[in-house]
Design a protein around this ligand. Structure first.
Ligand code: COA
Length: 375
């Protein structure tokens, strides 16, 4: 028996939700290229596509959007729960703890009941952005902003978080970011979600656990780290030395490298062009720093097939949209909810409890040593 570290290259499911060609830099959701969806669709339509396997008809789309909107509020007890959390708590920790509480008024909690899948989806899509924005306001002693349901999904989130209505362009760009983050095959957090659901725990528990998994800096937590790294650079001329020093110290460059992509991450390519588009209208000191950092780091790392990933440019874009850095990974999470739920729904259909094995390499028949005799 052999151990496959990190399960690298080991399939754990058959899935029709998304597809990556890591050599060619291709990403498709339900067979549709990501570029096509970013250009023509919107986040809620993409969520429907991911979860239900097809683009909605006009009627299905209207119903879905209206069901999500119905849940775009927080019950008073959740606001009270958030107010009791110390202000310094990281938004990802807050999100991980608030998600299971969102299930309180969901009437169907049986994971084998299809009604649970739909209820949990529209409730979490509706309430998670409100919870993130409300936490931002509470933790900074700002007034809580109620949702404006005349705005689009992404616009409303930005409004509740920042207190300012985004321009049409900002809203569109943010919606595209959400599409890019919505799904990405069998990554660590998605695997976490299906492991949890395989025990027949409900979708809220699966999403809460996936949020914890996403928070690590080798996964979604990288976007926040990239922002700190780039914003600490004052002079572009110092970039080659900074990168050299990091690599000499065997430090990982955040926002670079991927287990599957051995070429430029197609999502990073799109984010870079969105950033360029927004930087043409709004001053952004970080864009030239990021572009030069990318150029030098790619020169050094591309011989090892290490290129920028989705987390390299997302933070700077979010910064331009007025989102504070501690909230970048929770924005990733709020978009990934649809991917996580799509996988949970797909997995539970032919559920098999995850219970891998191990190769034991400890001792046997060891005598118990009383406490007073231990050194
Ligand atoms: N910076 C510098 N070197 C890197 C690197 C990075 N970002 N990513 C991988 N490497 C190097 C490793 O040091 C290792 O080198 P070695 O063979 O000389 O020891 C080699 O590439 C393979 O690394 P490994 O960790 O086995 O690859 P992986 O497939 O498990 O790595 C990540 C995938 C994402 C964990 C890794 O690229 C990384 O840590 N990236 C930074 C964090 C990040 O941006 N995460 C978001 C991913 S979307």
């Amino acid at each position: 028996m052999e151990v496959y570290a990190g399960l690298a290259g080991i399939p754990v499911v058959k899935s029709a939700i998304s597809y990556i060609d890591g050599q060619k830099g291709v990403l498709e959701y339900r067979g549709i290229p990501i570029e096509e969806l970013v250009e023509n669709s919107n986040f809620l339509e993409v969520s429907y596509l991911l979860v239900f396997g097809k683009l909605p008809t006009a009627g299905e789309y209207q119903q879905f959007v209206s069901d999500v909107k119905k849940h775009t509020y927080l019950d008073d007890f959740i606001i009270k729960f958030l107010k009791d959390i110390p202000d310094s708590t990281h938004p990802m920790k807050v999100l991980q703890s608030v998600v299971p509480v969102l299930s309180s008024f969901d009437p169907v909690k049986d994971v084998l009941d299809k009604k649970h899948h739909y209820n949990a989806l529209v409730r979490m899509l509706g309430q998670i952005p409100v919870a993130i924005a409300t936490w931002k306001r509470i933790s900074r002693k700002e007034e809580i902003i109620p949702p404006d349901l005349t705005l689009s999904y992404g616009e409303n989130f930005l409004y509740m978080l920042t207190g300012k209505k985004p321009s049409e362009k900002e809203g569109k760009i943010f919606d595209r970011c959400l599409i890019l983050h919505a799904e990405h095959t069998m990554n660590a957090s998605t695997f976490t979600a299906i492991v949890v659901v395989s025990t027949l725990a409900d979708f809220y528990s699966a999403v809460s656990s996936a949020v914890g998994s996403l928070s690590g800096r080798l996964h979604g937590g990288a976007n926040e780290k990239v922002f700190y790294m780039l914003s600490s650079i004052e002079d572009v001329k110092k970039i080659p030395k900074i990168i050299e020093e990091k690599l000499n110290k065997k430090e990982r460059i955040m926002g670079f490298g991927h287990r599957v992509y051995k070429t430029y991450d197609p999502r990073a390519k799109i984010l870079k062009s969105l950033l360029k588009e927004l930087s043409a209208e709004k001053e952004n000191k970080l864009y030239p720093i990021a572009a030069e950092f990318e150029r030098v780091a790619t020169e050094k790392l591309s011989p090892k097939k290490i290129y920028p990933n989705i987390d390299f440019y997302s933070g700077i874009l979010y910064h331009m949209l007025g989102i504070p850095p501690q909230f970048y990974t929770s924005v990733f999470a709020m978009a990934r909810v649809s991917g996580w739920i799509a996988h949970c729904k797909e997995y539970i259909k032919e559920n098999k409890l995850f219970r891998p094995t191990q190769i034991y390499d400890g001792g046997h028949n060891i005598k118990y040593m009383p406490l007073e005799k231990r050194k």
